[in-house]
Ligand binder design. Structure first.
Ligand SMILES: NC(=O)c1ccc[n+]([C@@H]2O[C@H](COP(=O)([O-])OP(=O)(O)OC[C@H]3O[C@@H](n4cnc5c(N)ncnc54)[C@H](O)[C@@H]3O)[C@@H](O)[C@H]2O)c1
Length: 278
């Protein structure tokens, strides 16, 4: 029997929480660079009644993205996409962050946008980190939104002399995710499909734990201690937002980024997290 298909990248906590919320009844293809991560999640979810196929895939490779889509199409129409793969500033060098988080996400949204079924929905995960960076120029925003995917990494603003460190690379990648979602949502709309973005604050997952133990660990711990919520978030709370965006109650929402950060960004601009001027 043909089933509606859900593609998921990144077999991490955020992807799993969203998939548990919206993936019932679907054939779910779970891709991760570390196949064992995909297999671990497939085992947990298949034991809970879901229908998950684990797959090795690399978000930074168009070929690998096309293989994920082709695997899904063996089972039916692609109806859902969750892009939860990514590397954080403490996990990878600048080039890898730009290749995975910026370029890979752009290619995935483009390629799935060519095949998404009518009524289909997608979410990608950016980050509140992109919201702390000052505004770019209108021209730079447009370049991030619309530059052909194969030319993205050649943009002057993404060259090594213009990227300070891995955090800056991550912020540029996540800003690009938001702009790409806006531009791609227009194309997805032509097929009767919707595409949105979630920008989480600190969510306790292996990726965040690497940040707590990395060079910016104190900064992150201070951030959640001093944000209005006073704690880090959970992947299940991100799934609450995804459920809205991907379900019928979100039918009028497309091309949007929803910030879910316990108020950390608000505090960064207007509260105790505001950086001191020197
Ligand atoms: N956890 C947080 O605090 C937080 C905050 C903001 C944004 N995010 C974003 O959420 C997304 C998911 O992160 P998470 O916290 O669930 O992390 P996680 O560590 O639980 O999962 C991330 C998964 O992505 C996989 N991955 C890494 N590179 C890949 C590649 N090239 N191709 C395919 N898979 C790859 C990893 O192997 C891992 O299984 C990331 O994009 C991250 O930047 C996380």
């Amino acid at each position: 029997m043909k089933k509606e298909v859900m593609l998921v990248t990144g077999a991490g906590q955020i992807s799993m929480a969203i998939t548990r919320r919206v993936g019932f009844g679907k054939k779910i293809i779970f891709g991760d660079k570390k196949k064992e991560n995909a297999e671990t999640i497939a085992k947990i979810m298949n034991n809970a009644g879901f229908d998950v196929v684990p797959m090795e895939m690399d978000l930074s490779s168009r070929e690998s993205i096309l293989a994920l889509i082709a695997e899904g199409q063996k089972y039916g129409e692609i109806k859902m996409l969750v892009n939860g793969a990514g590397v954080s500033p403490s996990q990878a060098p600048i080039e890898a962050i730009l290749k995975v988080d910026l370029y890979g996400t752009a290619v995935l949204l483009e390629e799935v946008g060519k095949v998404i079924a009518e009524g289909g929905v997608g979410v990608t995960i950016s980050s509140q980190s992109g919201w702390r960076m000052p505004a770019l120029t209108a021209e730079q925003d447009e370049q991030l939104a619309t530059t052909p995917t194969e030319e993205l990494l050649s943009l002057p603003m993404l060259q090594p002399e213009n990227i300070r460190d891995t955090l800056h690379a991550y912020q540029m990648a996540k800003r690009c995710n938001e702009k790409r979602v806006m531009a791609q949502s227009v194309k997805w709309g032509e097929r009767g499909a919707r595409l949105n973005d979630i920008a989480p604050g600190i969510i306790v997952t292996p990726l965040a734990i690497d940040e707590f133990n990395g060079p910016r660990g104190d900064f992150y711990k201070n951030m959640f201690a001093k944000c209005p919520a006073g704690r880090p978030g959970t992947a299940d709370e991100v799934a609450n937002v995804a459920e809205l965006l991907m379900g019928p109650a979100g039918a009028f929402i497309t091309g949007s980024t929803i910030l879910i950060d316990g108020g950390a960004t608000a505090s960064y601009f207007y509260g105790p997290l505001k950086p001191e001027k020197n």
